[in-house]
Design a protein around this ligand. Structure first.
Ligand SMILES: *Cc1c(COP(=O)(O)O)cnc(C)c1O
Length: 367
């Protein structure tokens, strides 16, 4: 007789029984050793300056939480049109840009269809492709982590439905040239460019959305606007794709708090972009300080984080030691990223504590 657990498991998709899931960062809720106000959380590329001041006020003053949000996202799309310069009919918002990705995969993929993933990169692309019954075709990036265009073209098959590209890339921080992206678009295969860090890096292909019927761009308020906890992202998409996404999405997926926060954030855009500039300045000085330590190979970054390979010691152990001191960073052990650590760029006072801790720990690192 099978046990009760085995009994219910036979109803679950076999491919999902095997799937490992997605590795998330550490939540301070799970840490007991360090008082919460002392924790330096630089492991998930969140904004160290928080939300714009009006967001807290707007959410506090709002009364009609008992009413469903507007499923058509009309007001939200008008705001995003103004911010991006891309027409409202080309925009779909969701509960984080991760959800836009998921909706696109659901729209495009039949079981076994292929998605090109330029690795190493954000693991979400692999994870959501598998959940949506797609097949992940991994195309390794070049030695400098640039996208290998000829290799992508060589990997295309009649079942390729999508090419996904993070620009700048996470966790390596490097950008892809616009010319390389148009080169891919000219293959005619749908290409999804994830611009989660666009505000920190400058480059965007958003103006090309009206010109290429196969270009999709992902954006988010999680990083530059500090709204990671409220979950709001959007896609800039061919109008036809946007129309179908509106048809298949969960109707009330963007909650009212997130919609209000976007409206408020965009009305305080200058304040937020000043914080973005502070993060960019801090990124550049943090880069120099990490290099000066002498035992890290530090990669230049166009985003709000810096990736570095340890030249001695072990990245996982370093992470655990930093965690004991209340500093959360992310280590990587996947291929090409072995013994690597990603530091989100925080405030200058946080960098100071990080560098002091790294100096202190250096003696305990072994070759
Ligand atoms: C952080 C991040 C996002 C943001 O995802 P949300 O679901 O909008 O919070 C998207 N793409 C990449 C590459 C990221 O690093």
């Amino acid at each position: 007789m099978p046990g009760p657990e085995e009994n219910i498991k036979r109803f679950i998709r076999p491919d999902l029984l095997e799937l490992g899931g997605y590795a998330t960062h550490t939540s301070p809720d799970t840490m007991r050793e360090v008082p919460p106000e002392k924790i330096i959380k630089i492991d998930a590329n969140e904004n160290p300056y928080g939300v714009s001041p009006g967001v807290r006020q707007a959410l506090g003053a709002y009364k009609d939480w008992n009413i469903y949000p507007d499923a058509s996202q009309t007001k939200l799309k008008a705001l995003l049109e103004e911010y991006t310069g891309v027409a409202a009919e080309n925009i779909v918002a969701a509960n984080g840009s991760g959800e836009v990705l998921d909706e696109i995969l659901r729209l495009l993929l039949d079981p076994g269809d292929e998605v090109i993933n330029c690795v190493p990169t954000f693991d979400m692309y692999r994870f959501r492709t598998l959940v949506n019954r797609g097949k992940v075709t991994m195309v390794p990036r070049k030695a400098d982590f640039g996208v290998d265009i000829p290799a992508i073209k060589g990997a295309l098959t009649p079942r390729t439905k999508l090419i996904i590209l993070a620009n700048p890339n996470n966790p390596t921080g490097n950008a892809t040239l616009p010319g390389e992206i148009t080169d891919l678009l000219n293959t005619g295969i749908p290409a999804l460019v994830d611009e989660a860090y666009h505000e920190f890096g400058g480059e965007t292909v958003a103006p090309l959305v009206s010109k290429y019927p196969n270009l999709m761009v992902l954006r988010t308020f999680s990083k530059w606007a500090g709204l990671a906890g409220l979950r709001i992202g959007y896609g800039l998409l061919p109008a036809e794709i946007a129309r179908y996404l509106m048809l298949i999405k969960l109707p009330y997926n963007v909650n009212l708090a997130a919609q209000l926060a976007v409206q408020q954030s965009l009305s305080e855009k200058d304040y937020l972009l000043e914080n973005v500039r502070a993060i960019i300045r801090e990124r550049d000085s943090m880069f120099a300080e990490l290099q000066t330590l002498g035992w890290l190979e530090v990669l230049p970054s166009q985003a709000n984080f810096i990736f570095a390979f340890l030249q001695k010691g072990n990245a996982r152990e370093l992470c655990l030691e930093l965690q004991k001191k209340g500093i959360l960073v992310r280590y990587f052990n996947q291929p090409r990223l072995q013994n690597g650590v990603r530091f989100s760029v925080g405030r200058p006072d946080q960098t100071k504590v990080l560098i002091a801790a790294l100096n202190e720990l250096e003696g305990s690192l072994h070759d």
